[in-house]
Design a protein around this ligand. Structure first.
Ligand SMILES: Cc1cc2nc3c(=O)[nH]c(=O)nc-3n(C[C@H](O)[C@H](O)[C@H](O)COP(=O)(O)OP(=O)(O)OC[C@H]3O[C@@H](n4cnc5c(N)ncnc54)[C@H](O)[C@@H]3O)c2cc1C
Length: 528
């Protein structure tokens, strides 16, 4: 297909949902373009396969960052899925939606149509819940959502310890109430990863009006005047053009989408000129408003075997065999099995901390897994106030963009993490966990005051793999897209992925991305 009604750029969490839904209308043709591969091997279907996939640049963009002065000048690699399914093809599979207050906050800030009551129907339309149907869970949608098949026993102990330490246990965290602790659901079915490619593209395999091109890097959007009419792509080093009769929709993620916009001439005018890109629309906020989860790894040793100890070649082979035969065991597990959304200060209206519980202990000295059993709780500022930006390094699609982010610039973010660590110390002292704890891993010696903890956090903080916000949605003239996700100042072009989020929801962002794909498909149908 060289021409299609709709071209969707990027087959990630959002793009697959969008392309799958758009192509349900047999009278419209859809072309989905993905830089990564359509990967369907066992390792791609096995949830724990992500440990093999993530170090591999074939499946991970491994975008490098600038030195960040707020984490002692360190640089890092930001992971991002590079395969059909995008993040959902390699991620931890944690299923979260966010809280009512997140989406109501978006609507109050000018994003009409994005309040909780507006977005919940799209979460439900997407969902194929493997548990009982309820007002907050639906069955029959494309995206399988289920409880952990073989949970680690300390996941439930973590939630009990949160309760014993005085925090709430949430009975149904998908109902818009995210104020407390819970054992999380995963996007999987019968032990298999349910990426958005699996959910939306595999069932559409036979549709003649849907073409999926993988291994294709989109360089830029083509304009005639101010109207987007197609895309220029690079295939095996050669440029090629594809035409869109109706719309081009960018779903290349929070780093990919602003980069494509800028290469296409939509972005901060002075920056584009400095890069030698002809300006189609001066849009100063493209690439701005970058938000990430700053995350600190707090770890203790325990008396129950954890995955790092089971990850020896002999036991891994046993686990893979168990997986192949029964789809059970450690290989079905996600790295994060329980979560607590808490407040760092009692005066806050909503949670600002995420505690992500993982039955796995790293070893700082070897930068690998520890010999001793241990658990790690990532303490994360869940509503980060620090901001960064994406810029072009060059006008070439082969050059990864610049990520200039100050992870802990805002004092509230470091305050939230230190407050979260204080809560966590009490949670580990609660009976349900205390009876299992045998020692401290990270840090080996706890600092004695907040200044000491702050230094620890700056030393070890990294990202939580959820960048959002770089093509901000809003009703103000400065926003990149309007609430219909149309790019301001041009025609025939939308952005639909987590980059449109004005602020980070209290969530991991794959299911919200899928919700955005579902809602965009509906908005495009309605516009027609
Ligand atoms: C290691 C890791 C663990 C995570 N764990 C979780 C989790 O457990 N739960 C959760 O909810 N979220 C998790 N996330 C975050 C979540 O996966 C992402 O927020 C989500 O996938 C983003 O969806 P998206 O559609 O905006 O972008 P993506 O899913 O990243 O999709 C963008 C797609 O566009 C493609 N692309 C980019 N540039 C181009 C180009 N120029 N041409 C063609 N294609 C292009 C990419 O290859 C990618 O497939 C994790 C992320 C990572 C990296």
């Amino acid at each position: 297909m060289e021409t299609a009604d709709y071209i969707v750029v990027g087959g990630g969490s959002t793009g697959c949902a969008l392309a799958g839904r758009l192509s349900e209308d047999g009278t419209r043709s859809v072309l989905l373009m993905e830089a990564g591969q359509d990967a369907r091997k066992l390792v791609n279907r096995m949830p724990a396969g992500s440990f093999r996939l993530l170090p591999n640049p074939q499946f991970n963009w491994l975008y490098g960052t600038e030195a960040d002065p707020t984490i002692n000048g360190r640089t890092s690699y930001w992971m991002a899925g590079r395969a059909l399914g995008g993040g959902s093809a390699v991620n931890g599979g944690v299923y979260t939606r966010g809280g009512r207050h997140d989406y109501d906050g978006w609507a109050a800030a000018g994003c009409a149509g994005w309040a909780w009551d507006d977005v919940l129907p799209y979460f439900l339309r997407a969902e194929d819940y493997q548990g009982p149907v309820s007002p907050s869970h639906a069955r029959g949608g494309p995206l399988a959502v289920s409880s952990l098949r073989s949970p680690h026993r300390l996941a439930a102990a973590f939630v009990s310890a949160c309760r014993e330490a005085g925090f709430r246990e949430i009975p149904d965290y998908c109902s818009g109430d995210v104020d407390g602790a819970f054992v999380n659901l995963l996007t999987q079915k019968k032990g298999e990863r349910w990426s958005s490619a699996r959910a939306y593209i595999e069932p559409a395999d036979g549709r003649s009006n849907l073409s999926v091109l993988s291994g294709v890097t989109v360089d830029r959007v083509l304009f005639e005047g101010r109207r987007a009419v197609g895309v220029r792509v690079i295939v095996e080093g050669q440029p090629r053009e594809y035409r869109a009769n109706r719309e081009v929709i960018l779903s290349a993620g929070s780093i990919g989408s602003p980069a494509i916009l800028m290469r296409s001439g939509v972005g901060p005018g002075a920056h584009l000129q400095a890069m030698g890109v002809a300006v189609v629309q001066d849009a100063p906020q493209v690439g701005q408003n970058l938000q990430e989860h700053p995350s600190y790894p707090y770890s203790r040793f325990v008396d129950v075997p954890t995955y790092n100890v089971k990850a020896k070649p002999a036991s891994i082979m046993m686990e893979v065999a168990k997986y192949i035969l029964f789809r059970r065991g450690m290989m079905t597990a996600g790295p994060v099995q329980a979560i607590g959304f808490l407040r760092s200060r009692p005066d806050l209206a909503h949670p600002d901390i995420k505690l992500a519980f993982s039955p796995l202990a790293p070893d700082l000295a070897s930068q690998g897994l520890h010999e001793r059993s241990g658990v790690t709780v990532h303490v994360i500022a869940s509503s980060p106030k620090s901001r960064g930006e994406i810029r072009l390094r060059s006008p070439e699609a082969t050059d990864k963009p610049v990520i200039d982010h100050r992870l802990l610039e805002h004092p509230d973010d470091i305050g939230a993490i230190v407050g979260g660590i204080r809560h966590l110390e009490r949670i580990f002292a609660a009976p349900a966990l205390a009876r299992h704890v045998t020692g401290r891993n990270i840090p080996a010696e706890p600092p004695t005051d907040d200044a000491g903890w702050e230094a620890q956090v700056r030393l070890l903080a990294s990202t939580g793999y959820q960048p959002v916000g770089t093509c901000r949605m809003g009703s103000d003239a400065a926003s990149v897209v309007d609430p219909g996700l149309r790019v301001r100042g041009v025609e025939g072009l939308r952005v639909a992925d987590v980059s449109i989020m004005p602020t980070m929801p209290t969530a991991n962002t794959s299911a919200p991305g899928i919700m955005i794909g579902e809602k965009t498909a509906e908005m495009i149908r309605a516009d027609r």
